[in-house]
Design a protein around this ligand. Structure first.
Ligand code: DP6
Length: 400
């Protein structure tokens, strides 16, 4: 028999993902089942990640959660759905009989602490990494080994795609109970090593309309969204998978831009209309198309989620020149040295021809900063006990 420890704690990290075929619209609000499949790229955790510690103990009186150091309401329905689901899976495993009878840990209350290594206020998709990390940490601490798609999905739909590294599809599934609505890896992390990702942080403001309410209104009112889900996305999923498997950047980039544009078109087709793009977002779109036209091929592609920040895909041999074009079009206002974060980018000259081809007046400060990153792995367990965000008393360690 293992000796009973007062506290069992696990700490994990999980990545952010960016969809290149967008999820927008649910067919079941409670189970979070989508109206179409989607496909994403997992970003590297060296630049963007959530870290979560989950700890259980028979001495805990109630479930509790702290996000970025602040205690939050553990009663919120999506969090409750995740906790219920993980405990159901844990019980199922115990009762299947293939396990040593474990301590009564399924009935133990859990304490959770979670932090992001990037500003939540930057408007980057933090809920996907957050719920994927929660699902992963809860699974480890309660001894669950089954597919975690459902647990993460019940927190936030896009979170199930953050359970894997590389390139990931969320198959919409057909069943009413959602058992076949799962995330699967399409290609592993190291499949396309030249691919690079630039996050252009345009605005740090909180968005006007969250994705959950936004997509609900779109489902209710947009005929274009219905058409997209039925008639457009299935073929795009197949085509995007092919582009990724063959490392066809032209095809990948064009389809990524078209799908982002169609998602934003469905937002405008929603009534009352939703607009997530800002003037700067539109300037970035313009810049990308001018840049590609100058080169006579798709060298750079943009995608936008439910906010004005752009995510750019390109290949390693184009990063330096495109960043120079960005610096030219959006001269950094005050923080010139902090304009570029993440992977190093060497300075590159901008030819007069390209400058002329871009044909836009510079907008100082339009892009606040850039995070350069690449494709990365799925959730990880941190073995070092020093990594725990909760102390031996089950409460958040004071920030150092
Ligand atoms: C535009 O996963 O945040 O980023 O399931 O209601 O939590 P909920 O929505 P969420 O929506 C993401 C929408 C998107 C596109 C995408 O990531 O596929």
């Amino acid at each position: 028999m293992a000796s009973e420890k007062p506290i069992v704690a696990v700490t994990c990290t999980a990545p952010v993902n960016i969809a290149v075929i967008k999820y927008w619209g649910k067919r079941d609000e409670e189970l979070i089942l989508p109206i179409n499949s989607s496909l994403s790229v997992t970003l590297h955790q060296d630049q963007l990640k959530t870290t979560t510690t989950a700890a259980i103990s028979k001495d805990f009186a109630e479930d509790r959660i702290w996000l970025n150091g602040q205690e939050e309401d553990v009663g919120q329905p999506r969090l409750q759905a995740c906790l219920r689901e993980i405990r159901r899976l844990a019980r199922k495993r115990r009762s299947s009989g293939d396990e040593d009878p474990l301590p009564l840990s399924v009935s133990y209350k859990v304490h959770v602490a979670s932090v992001n290594n990037f500003p939540t206020a930057a408007g980057l998709a933090s809920s996907a990494a957050g719920y994927a990390c929660l699902a992963y940490a809860l699974a480890r601490v309660y001894g669950v080994e089954s597919d975690l798609s459902e647990v993460a999905r019940r927190g936030s739909g896009s979170a199930c795609r953050s359970l894997h590294g590389g390139f990931v599809e969320w198959q919409m599934g057909e069943r009413a109970d959602g058992k076949d609505s799962v995330a699967r890896q399409v290609a592993p992390e190291l499949h396309w090593p030249e691919l690079r990702v630039l996050i252009l942080v345009v605005s740090a403001e909180k968005k006007l309309m969250g994705s959950t309410v936004g997509m609900q209104t779109s489902v209710e009112t947009s005929p274009l969204l219905r058409f997209r889900a039925k008639a457009v996305v299935p073929a795009r999923m197949a085509e995007m998978t092919r582009c990724i498997k063959e490392r066809d950047f032209q095809g990948f980039g064009q389809l990524t831009m078209k799908d982002s544009n169609q998602f934003h078109a469905t937002c405008l087709d929603t009534f009352p209309p939703i607009s997530y793009l800002s003037d700067t977002s539109r300037r970035i779109i313009h810049l990308v198309h001018r840049f590609n036209a100058h080169h006579g091929q798709t060298k750079v592609a943009y995608t936008f989620d439910a906010g004005p920040n752009a995510v750019i895909f390109t290949l390693d041999n184009t990063v330096a020149e495109f960043v120079a074009a960005l610096r030219h079009s959006f001269p950094p206002e005050s923080n010139g040295d902090k304009f570029l974060k993440g992977l190093p980018v060497r300075p590159a000259p901008l030819s007069d021809e390209l400058k002329a081809a871009l044909g836009m007046d510079p907008t100082p400060g339009g892009v606040k900063y850039i995070i350069a990153t690449q494709v990365g792995p799925g959730p990880q367990i941190l073995d070092d006990p020093h990594a725990h965000l909760l102390g031996p008393d089950g409460l958040p360690k004071p920030a150092v």
